[in-house]
Write a protein that binds this ligand. Sequence first.
Ligand code: GLP
Length: 241
Amino acid sequence: QRLQHDPAARLPLAYMRLRRAIRNVIENGEVQVGHALPSERDLARALTLSRVTVRKAIGGLVEDGLLTQRHGAGTFVSERIVKPLSRMTSFTEDLRARGLNPRSEFFERAIGEVTPEESMAMNLSPGTQVVRLHRLRYAGDEPLAIERSAVPLSLLPDPNLVEDSLYEALDKLGNRPLRALQRLRAVVLGPAQTRLLRLSAGSAGLSIERRSFLDDGRIVEFTCSWYRGDIYDFVAELQSD
Ligand code: GLP
């Protein structure tokens, strides 16, 4: 019902419009995580679209990680957070796209000098000033990740510009990164980390290091994140040479 009246419907092709409309419904929390979508046939009939169109729209959202198909059972709003590796989205954007409410608890939001590790990773000379953030990142009340970021003060002149989202603050300054190098590694989370993430001792996590850059090659961030292993899927499309 709701899909029929979606204002997002100005895209040229029917499947694109439907894909956007379903995405909006999920983002607005009207269909919740873990819940089923009507069957392909029912959707096609209700919206007077062909099944090919519906299948294409749903296929795209499965690729985006927003929907999951379980054989014989139907299509569901993904419970795990499925994150395409090739897209440079922020924590906040990933969660909002799923109708979840991103939030941060700050342990640190201050100016400091680069540590030796940061200075090497960011290729900045010792003594360079950075904004340092240390955050516990939540979806609503549920902690999902721990992040430590360093951003040169020249690109982020005041730590308090980061109200919650780092990329939102950088965006406003015209300094949103365009390119990033990222390294993922499986880790056993330490006791302090499992306590913060409310996991049992010895739980697995994903350590992610991201170095992001502006168009002109200047480094914007060096962020070390520890994501919960029980909730995130990272997916990538591969092509043979
Ligand atoms: C992801 C990345 C981080 C990045 C963060 C920004 O978690 N792994 O490198 O700093 O997103 O997210 P936000 O804008 O919500 O602070």
